[in-house]
Ligand binder design. Structure first.
Ligand code: DP6
Length: 360
């Protein structure tokens, strides 16, 4: 696959105006993307669960214009967001070669999340994916021959250029991004559906997100990725991600939950270990993140249930567990873990099937 295959042939005509809308889910990585090269190429392959309930809905209204350059306004829950503009401006300039109509329209971007904006849950994956899908819907109106498969592939390609992990938020329920020798079809350019057998143990896997810290992160993911460039452990870390992907292939097939837990928790802690050993170093976990991890370990040792945790680039904890153990584990979360969350807040989520068009 090469990027040039996403450059469209000249459009026969342009539309005067229109409205499109999409909702796209968030995702949680099992093997983490941390470190990237130019043009949003990941330093190592990653794999994620697509979520079901945490999502962004975006409506894009477009109207022909004659002035030069990009023109758009962004609203979150009906409120104008000036601070979203630089990221979208950068996104548009990265994708203009692949969507040459971009500068021909003024866009009104109206977006909302199912999770609270101030939850500390990153909305960049679901947000960039929803926006990329809306833009693809316009492209499809200009070029109706596009197949569903190409539509999703190009949406993932574009979303990656907005935010790397967003390319894993187009489809469900297990998505691989980044070239891996033993995963057929894997690519640095797009997320693909995991192509091999998955044991029923992983069907409807649950993810309860414990909102430990709802504040803005002190260090953005983009800064963190860049700190991997001169990181003393970068080479070993990227090699480890490759071997953890290999290990996951057999675990996903066999349904070995104990081995799954060991890979997933090690990935989460390695991600944070990379942050804690970069130059400059930083810590995104909070005291309650560690309290929760220790409680999970004690509960797992006591009950033998297959509860585990993962983290993204923040203090919140994703608690992962199989569907058939959900009753007991959810009770444990409510009684023992919710106290460590800000205002007792957590979000119950599970594996999902990917983005959906919103009919207007
Ligand atoms: C820790 O996708 O937010 O969540 O490409 O700079 O937008 P940019 O980074 P982003 O990084 C997410 C990193 C992570 C791990 C993961 O989701 O794989």
């Amino acid at each position: 696959m090469i990027a040039n295959e996403f450059i469209p042939k000249p459009y026969k005509h342009l539309l005067e105006s229109g409205v499109v809308a999409y909702s796209a889910p968030s995702n949680i990585a099992l093997v983490k993307y941390w470190g990237k090269k130019a043009h949003q190429i990941p330093a190592n392959p990653s794999i994620s669960f697509t979520l079901n309930n945490c999502k962004t809905s975006t409506m894009l209204t477009f109207e022909r214009k004659t002035s030069k350059g990009f023109s758009f306004e962004v609203f979150l829950d009906g409120e104008l967001q000036e601070d979203f503009k630089p990221k979208i401006e950068q996104f548009f300039s990265r994708i203009e070669a692949y969507l040459p109509f971009l500068a021909s329209y003024h866009f009104r971007i109206e977006t909302s999340n199912t999770f609270p904006h101030s939850s500390g849950i990153a909305s960049s994956a679901s947000g960039m994916s929803a926006l990329a899908l809306c833009l693809m819907q316009i492209e499809q109106q200009l070029n109706p021959d596009i197949s569903k498969e190409f539509f999703n592939k190009k949406a993932s390609f574009l979303a990656r250029l907005g935010s790397g992990s967003a390319c894993r938020s187009v489809e469900g329920d297990l998505i691989v991004w980044g070239t891996h020798t033993n995963i057929k079809g894997s690519s640095d350019l797009v997320g693909i559906k995991y192509p091999y057998a998955v044991h029923p143990n992983f069907k409807n896997y649950c993810d309860t997100i414990l909102l430990v810290d709802k504040g803005e992160k002190q260090v953005s993911s983009t800064v963190g990725h860049n700190l991997m460039h001169n990181h003393s452990f970068a080479k070993q870390r990227f090699a480890q991600a490759h071997s953890n992907m290999d290990a996951l292939i057999s675990v996903l097939k066999s349904g070995d939950l104990t081995a799954f837990i060991s890979i997933v928790e090690r990935e989460a802690l390695t991600l944070h270990a990379m942050m804690m050993s970069s130059d400059p170093y930083f810590i995104l976990m909070k005291p309650n993140t560690l309290e929760i991890i220790n409680k999970i370990w004690a509960f797992r040792a006591k009950t033998g249930l297959h509860i585990c945790f993962t983290l993204d680039a923040g203090a919140n904890v994703h608690v992962l567990f199989p569907d058939n153990e959900a009753d007991e584990i959810q009770k444990f979360i409510e009684t023992e873990l919710a106290v460590y969350c800000q205002n007792g807040h957590f979000i119950e989520d599970k594996l999902g099937q990917g983005a959906q068009q919103i009919k207007i």
